[in-house]
Design a protein around this ligand. Structure first.
Ligand SMILES: *Cc1c(COP(=O)(O)O)cnc(C)c1O
Length: 392
């Protein structure tokens, strides 16, 4: 609850938490949003929820009983903040998101600690990134404090959906769409911000196993001057065909190169990538304007520096990867992102070549960074960088 200002009232089954009378949130200095909380009349029972949480959760398969919805328009700014039953959105068929793809999203988790408390990881970084994505997609910027508050509001109602099994979490999917009903091509003057949440099991249910990835030489996920650095659905739409190509080659993900020269590593469809050298260097492609700046990436860079590893953020050619792995100079390669945390890459395949060994065990540096990061997230190690924020 925000700084003691919260008041909660229960009126005929409608619970409202009031922070302020001023619902406008179009500037960072505006008063905080007032949430109207309406509990679902078809929420799962304790037994039904327990059944779901005890089974195979997978990823993005089950959703909690409630969602956050906040509206924005040019005249009123942010308003009408609600926590309400999870359910379909009603959109005008002319809503610009459906025609011009004006959409952005985030991915962030809640972790249950051993004492039952619920925490999230660097929400101000996700909130700031949502603002940068919004700026690029000409959508309104939600204040960062309001982003964190929106997570807290959902957890206040759906806290029982945060699982407690090892390496499980509640995955939040905040997103923003242009809702104005207008076919003219310009930035929409009305938008909606939502959060849905999905209990997620350990990403690698059978232990962390190296994956095989496919080098896409025919497609890019982003363009110079395009939206690669924004977390937007459009980038993902562009990555799905190459992803199918990867599956057809027996690979689970795609590696994209820079869109200008087709020579430098960028990232996977939804994860950043790191190379670990035998001599103790850890290398990741520098932010190019078309790479998505992952919060896992930035956290790993910090943890690597803390360990005294030599960290290099620079241009990395695809030849450096191929020859480095072949000669043994590169001992480990991994991908990282919020959903899977750290995924070892065993093998890189492309037209007419394959390097690495999919059957080799996951690398030591990879696994120890993965463990350190998850130990911090689950409260098993001290949070020395102040990355954790308590939600409940
Ligand atoms: C979300 C995302 C990542 C990983 O970012 P995290 O903040 O670490 O989850 C990497 N690449 C793309 C394209 C993404 O959308």
């Amino acid at each position: 609850r925000r700084g003691g200002h919260a008041e909660v009232c229960l009126t005929r089954g409608i619970m409202c938490s009031m922070f302020s009378k001023d619902a406008r949130m179009n500037t960072p200095t505006a008063a905080p949003l007032t949430y109207r909380v309406t509990l679902s009349d078809h929420a799962r029972s304790d037994a039904q929820r327990a059944d779901i949480l005890a089974g195979e959760l997978g990823f993005g398969k089950y959703f909690t009983d409630h969602m956050v919805a906040i509206q924005w328009d040019k005249a009123q700014g942010w308003h009408d903040a609600q926590v309400r039953a999870y359910g379909p959105l009603s959109l005008d068929p002319a809503a610009s998101v459906l025609h011009y793809g004006q959409e952005i999203f985030e991915g962030i988790k809640a972790y249950r600690h051993a004492d039952g408390s619920i925490w999230t990881f660097r929400p101000e970084a996700n909130g700031a990134r949502l603002q940068r994505s919004a700026a690029r997609l000409a959508l309104p910027q939600l204040p960062v404090a309001e982003f964190t508050e929106s997570l807290r509001q959902l957890v206040a109602v759906d806290h029982a959906w945060v699982p407690s099994a090892p390496e499980s979490s509640l995955y939040f999917r905040p997103f923003m769409i242009a809702t104005e009903a207008f076919l003219g091509v310009r930035a929409a003057q009305a938008a909606g911000y939502y959060i849905i949440a999905s209990p997620a099991g350990a990403y690698f249910a059978k232990g962390v196993a190296p994956v095989s990835i496919w080098l896409s030489e025919d497609y890019a996920r982003a363009a110079k001057g395009g939206t690669g650095a924004a977390k937007c659905g459009g980038n993902y739409a562009a990555s799905l065909l190459p992803q199918q190509e990867a599956y057809a080659q027996g690979c689970s993900q795609v590696l994209f190169l820079d869109p200008v020269e087709g020579k430098y590593l960028e990232e996977l469809g939804g994860m950043n990538v790191f190379l670990v050298y035998q001599d103790g260097r850890i290398v990741t492609p520098e932010l190019s304007g078309s790479i998505l700046e992952g919060i896992t990436r930035s956290s790993i860079l910090q943890l690597a520096r803390d360990r005294g590893l030599t960290v290099e953020e620079r241009k990395v050619t695809i030849d450096e990867w191929k020859t480095g792995v072949a000669s043994g100079a590169i001992s480990e390669v991994f991908a990282c992102g919020t959903a899977a945390v750290v995924t070892p890459i065993g093998e890189l395949k492309g037209k007419g070549f394959a390097v690495g060994d999919i059957n080799a065990p996951a690398g030591e540096v990879t696994m120890s960074i993965r463990k350190e990061l998850t130990d911090i997230q689950y409260g098993r190690l001290p949070d020395r960088h102040g990355w954790l924020v308590k939600l409940a």
